[in-house]
Write a protein that binds this ligand. Structure first.
Ligand code: SAM
Length: 317
């Protein structure tokens, strides 16, 4: 697998309290100086591009909470070698920002959407903002931040009831609805048995919408596998990180909001690139580090699937 993808968490702050991620609103305790600045992110991405990074996804925390997010997009998109710049958001602030983000050069968005009914949305996210998220989705489609992908983390006893309603969105909208297997972390409230294998999600959808046929999806290049319901405008994707270990297909490195490079979400190793940046290291030193992590990543295989102690929003789910 060619490792060419960098996922950048631009903040550890979030405006939702998703059950599977950060139900207690646990934020970094720093004063903000621990978070990478725009020029620092730009430098890491520029040097990463010199080492083969071609695709960048901005995430968080909630990336649209970062005040300089439009400037950041504008700067990153001009880096030679960067071919794909996307963003993962909870969608709450997307509608008023979509046009500006598109004009700045953002290419597409993934939007987290774990329920289509208000009470369940409130239960999953601790907020009443479903209408804002849906408005964000429509605006993203209208301004061409496409393909628009909607990501749902499925938890038994919490939002399994929503999967058919979410899949139905693909019947009339040109979106991809993707179901992500819940990965227990010790910071989330969900017990390990909230995990629902994607085979079960697929059976529930097929029972209502009919058999799913394999489908092609633009900018696929990741671990998701895509299908289409009969007659649907959009696609349905499954990301099965627990029922199948997909290390062989994982092409991504992560840059955490506090400036660490991680070869894998589940890896203990991380490399303190912020320390180097702030100690005045030259480009060659940082490029060497990036090259080393990229080489290491090519041989990395996840060994554990037990609940791990991390806060997804600082690593960037
Ligand atoms: N705030 C943005 C959002 O809501 O999309 C971006 C950050 S959020 C951490 C990014 C993604 O991480 C979520 O869409 C979700 O798919 C994934 N995620 C977070 N915690 C997870 C967990 N415990 N299991 C599986 N996926 C998780």
């Amino acid at each position: 697998m060619n490792v060419d993808y960098l996922r950048v968490s631009v903040t550890d702050r979030c405006n939702l309290r998703c059950l599977y991620c950060n139900p207690f609103g646990d934020h970094g305790r720093g004063d903000g100086s621990e978070i990478l600045r725009l020029d620092e992110i730009h430098r890491v991405v520029r040097l990463g591009a010199e080492c083969g990074i071609r695709r960048v996804r901005l995430t968080g925390g909630e990336p649209l909470l970062r005040r300089d997010i439009v400037d950041l997009v504008q700067r990153l998109v001009t880096i030679p070698g960067i071919e794909d710049l996307s963003l993962t958001t909870n969608g709450v602030r997307l509608a008023p920002m979509a046009e500006e983000l598109k004009a700045a050069g953002l290419m597409r968005v993934n939007i987290s959407l774990d329920a289509v009914q208000e009470p369940c949305f409130r239960h999953m996210t601790g907020s009443d903002l479903l209408a804002h998220v849906l408005a964000g989705m429509h605006k993203a489609l209208a301004v061409g931040l496409t393909p628009v992908r909607l990501n749902c983390v499925v938890m038994r006893e919490h939002n399994l009831s929503q999967v058919v309603g979410l899949a139905r969105l693909t019947l009339h909208l040109p979106v991809s609805v993707r179901f992500i297997e819940y990965c227990p972390t010790t910071r989330a409230t969900g017990p390990a048995d909230a995990y629902v294998p994607n085979d079960e999600v697929r059976r529930a959808i097929e029972a209502q919408l009919g058999g799913l046929a394999p489908a092609q999806e633009p900018n696929a290049g990741g671990p998701a596998v895509y299908f289409r319901a009969p007659g649907a405008a959009g696609t349905i994707g499954f990301i099965s990180g627990r029922s199948s270990v997909f290390c062989r297909y994982c092409s991504r490195l992560r840059l955490t909001s506090d400036g660490k490079i991680k070869p894998c979400l589940h890896a203990d190793q991380c490399y303190d690139v912020k320390g180097l940046l702030r100690a005045g290291a030259g480009d060659g030193v940082i490029r060497d580090l990036m090259g080393r992590v990229l080489r290491e990543k090519c041989h990395y295989t996840r060994v554990s699937s037990a609940a791990e102690d991390f806060l997804m929003q600082s690593i960037g789910g």
